[in-house]
Design a protein around this ligand. Structure first.
Ligand SMILES: [Zn+2]
Length: 211
């Protein structure tokens, strides 16, 4: 089941993408991307780090397109991965629940799983349906058949021609960032092992952990 939350991004992640662009390509680079994408109002009036307020994902998609157009696929991957990491750092800074979870006295694997469940719920999904924890191989799998990062792009054959590897680096960065917030207790490595950009039916994120 999914509701319309999956069609939005939080202000916090929207702002984090803009911050990541600035961090990687500088203030002028950021301005160029915002002008190119018709989002120049964000230059003087950026959205705040609100973890609840939401924007339609078309806005964030515009940023995704702008970065890809200006920086190419490899540049996109670097900026967006960083954007995902920054988003989680911002979530920890601006949202009490994740901080509370990190500080909780609980089995680290349970905490890690709860962190990812909270993320899945925030995307408008039921963790029971799209998150699997495989204890034997120490991994958590998250299935996104409706991955919001590539949703618009998969409709555009021209733009995905040159893409030969999984390419949803913003979400991959978010997944890695969530794991890293528990790094005092557990080490996490994330890979996107299926991706709609290369013809798979879903994007699938594999989160391997070691205590
Ligand atoms: Zn993908």
């Amino acid at each position: 089941m999914q509701d319309k939350q999956s069609l939005t991004h939080t202000h916090l992640s929207y702002r984090s993408v803009v911050d990541a662009i600035e961090e990687v390509i500088g203030e002028n680079g950021k301005k160029a991307v915002l002008r190119f994408t018709g989002l120049e109002h964000l230059i003087d009036d950026p959205v705040d780090y609100d973890p609840e307020a939401r924007v339609p994902y078309e806005y964030v998609t515009k940023l995704f397109f702008g970065v890809r157009e200006i920086m190419g696929n490899k540049g996109y991957n670097a900026v967006m991965y960083r954007g995902g990491l920054i988003s989680v750092k911002n979530i920890v800074d601006h949202s009490e629940p994740l901080r509370a979870l990190i500080a909780m006295e609980l089995d680290p694997v349970e905490k890690l799983k709860m962190g990812y469940q909270a993320y899945v719920r925030n995307t408008g999904h039921d963790p029971e349906e799209i998150l699997k924890h495989i204890t034997e191989s120490r991994e958590i799998l998250i299935h996104r058949a409706d991955c919001s990062e590539c949703n618009e792009l998969v409709k555009m054959n021209e733009m995905i021609k040159g893409i030969t590897k999984p390419g949803c680096f913003f979400i991959k960065g978010i997944m890695q960032g969530i794991g890293d917030s528990f790094k005092e207790e557990i080490a996490v490595m994330v890979e996107e092992s299926k991706c709609r950009l290369i013809g798979d039916k879903e994007c699938m994120f594999r989160i391997k952990y070691e205590i």
